[in-house]
Each structure stands twice: as structure tokens, then as C-alpha cells.
Write a protein that binds this ligand. Structure first.
Ligand code: BG6
Length: 296
């Protein structure tokens, strides 16, 4: 269902028969809402989010492509998150068919202007789907369509903002003992020590070569998010905390308490595609009551 969202921007609403739903803006190919079958919002979206190009929407799931963060010469997180995507009415078949009935296929191709800042032609196809159980799946397929025979290289992230009740009651499981690059310390490499990860200050880390499954436990809400990923070896964990929150115009001063970004990403080893080659990167999110998860 295509309709008008904030500021008249086009948005697509996906609804699953059991009641879960998702909203996707063509601006950025950006998921801004994901609700379970009780109508509870599972993603964080800032009350100060600016729905106006060229500012990416603060919250939901921005797509970082062709560059993650400032790891390169392009604008922060690349340009895909602030371009207008199109609906792809005739997507090529998926290698594995999805059982989901609620889905949308989007496509992004570079404009003449984009080619000036990143001289590579590509087709970026993004399928967003809801499973009958309400899981949210994002599949990206990026193809090198360069006619000049040249390969291109990119980094990527699904910059997911999870909604949490109280960041100091949240822990992340699955990243213990891994190596990470710390953005707050000149991208230096460290090894995570000890138990599950908890939060008491600003964090901006890229965990390297992580397991395909990461859990985000919201103790207060008694909810666990399970993130499963494929083709995306790294995971970024970000919370701006108090000081940075205050410095961001499109983010409320206290909102850092109610969000956590855990981002399925490919950063440390950039992906190279030769002409005609396609890369696929997938993220699947589910939200389950914590009691069902004990022992995981
Ligand atoms: C994270 C980065 O993924 O995104 C942080 O690791 C960055 O360094 C954050 O501050 C937000 O970026 P932006 O461009 O959306 O403000």
C-alpha cells in the first residue's frame, strides 16, 4: 500500500494478516516503523527526525551504502540513505523464494550527479518483507553494472535503531571476546573482555567477524530482539549517550536512553564486485518475549 507520509514523502505500509506491520519511505529506502502483532513499535524513531532531503531520517533502518561512516572519502554513511528510491515492479527472481506475502521491492540506481561523486554504475535492489510471525527481513542485492569493465568496492550497514525501554537495563549477547575497532579511540583495535555487553557511556564500536546471530535483551520490557545476518560479517554498536545526544539537532536530549543501534555491516573487509557480479546481504529481525529465550 503506497501512501503519503510526513512532508508528503511516499511511504509503503506492509501489513501481515496476524497484525504486524512495517513502514518504508522511498526516501532512503528507509524502514521507519516495525510493529508486532500487539501494535507495539519495535524500532526507535526520533521525535526530532527530519523528513526532508538531504538529511537522513534519524531512526528506523537507514541504509549505509556505498560507504559506512567516515571510512572513505564520501559523505558520512554514503548517499543511499538520502536518495529517493523507486518501487521495483519486476525484480529478478530470488535464489530462495520467501514465504512472506507482505513485502516490497525497491531499487536505487545512480543519477548523473551520483556518478560524479562515485563513478560506478550499480543496481541496488532491496526487498523488505514481514514473515507471518512478524519478523522483519531486509535483503539487499547490489550489482555492478559498469560498462567500462571496472570493479568497484564498497562498505555497507543496515543501521538499525532498536527501541529499548532503558539503555542501562539492556545487554547484547553474541559479541563477547570479539575484536572490535573503537571509533572513539581512532579506530584502534581492541578485544572485548568478559561477559555480555552493557551500557553506561557513549559507545561506537565495530565488532569484527561476529556470529550470524546477535541478541539484544531488554530486561525492563522483557523483550529480546534477535538479529540474524548473512553476508555481513561485522556488527556496529552505537549509542551517542548524553553529550553527543545534545549536540545532534535531530535527536532529543534524553532519547539516547531509549535506543540502541546494532548494525549488521561489512566494514573491515570492503566488498569488491566485478562488472556483472552481484552481492547479497541479508538481515532478519525478530522480537520475542524474554521468557521464551532463556537458555539462548
Ligand atoms: C554509527 C557510527 O553507525 O552512526 C557513528 O558508528 C555515527 O560514528 C552514527 O555517529 C550516526 O551517524 P549519523 O551520520 O547518522 O549521525
Amino acid at each position: 500500500e503506497l501512501c503519503k507520509g510526513i512532508n508528503g514523502l511516499d511511504k509503503i505500509v506492509l501489513r501481515e494478516v496476524r497484525g504486524s506491520s512495517a513502514e518504508v519511505y522511498l526516501y532512503g529506502g528507509h524502514v521507519t516503523s516495525w510493529k508486532n502483532d500487539h501494535g507495539e513499535e519495535l524500532l526507535f524513531l526520533s521525535s526530532k527526525a527530519i523528513f526532508k532531503p538531504p538529511k537522513a531520517i534519524r531512526g528506523g533502518i537507514p541504509i549505509c551504502f556505498p560507504q559506512f561512516s567516515n571510512h572513505g572519502s564520501l559523505e558520512q554513511h554514503g548517499f543511499a540513505r538520502n536518495r529517493i528510491w523507486s518501487i521495483d515492479n519486476d525484480p529478478p527472481p530470488f535464489p530462495t523464494s520467501t514465504s512472506a506475502k507482505a513485502f516490497v521491492d525497491l531499487i536505487l540506481k545512480p543519477t548523473e550527479e551520483d556518478l560524479k561523486i562515485w563513478p560506478h554504475s550499480f543496481e541496488f535492489r532491496l526487498r523488505i518483507s514481514l514473515s507471518p510471525a512478524g519478523d522483519l527481513m531486509l535483503t539487499s542485492r547490489i550489482r555492478n553494472t559498469n560498462a567500462d569493465g571496472k570493479p568497484f568496492t564498497f562498505t555497507f550497514a543496515y543501521h538499525t535503531y532498536f527501541s529499548v525501554s532503558d539503555i542501562s537495563e539492556v545487554r547484547v549477547e553474541g559479541l563477547e571476546t570479539l575484536d572490535y575497532l573503537d571509533n572513539l579511540q581512532n579506530k584502534e583495535r581492541f578485544t572485548e573482555q568478559g561477559d555480555a555487553i552493557t551500557f553506561e557511556a557513549e559507545v561506537d564500536k565495530i565488532y569484527l567477524g561476529t556470529p550470524t546471530k546477535i541478541a539484544i535483551l531488554d530486561h525492563e520490557k522483557k523483550r529480546t530482539f534477535v538479529l540474524r545476518k548473512d553476508g555481513l560479517p561485522d556488527a556496529v554498536v552505537w549509542n551517542p549517550w548524553e553529550k553527543k545526544a545534545k549536540a545532534m539537532a535531530d535527536f532529543g536530549d534524553e532519547e539516547y536512553k531509549h535506543m540502541l543501534c546494532v548494525e549488521a555491516a561489512a566494514v573491515e573487509k570492503p566488498i569488491t564486485l566485478k562488472p556483472g557480479e552481484e552481492w547479497r546481504g541479508r538481515q532478519e529481525l525478530s522480537a520475542v518475549p524474554s521468557s521464551y529465550c532463556s537458555g539462548q
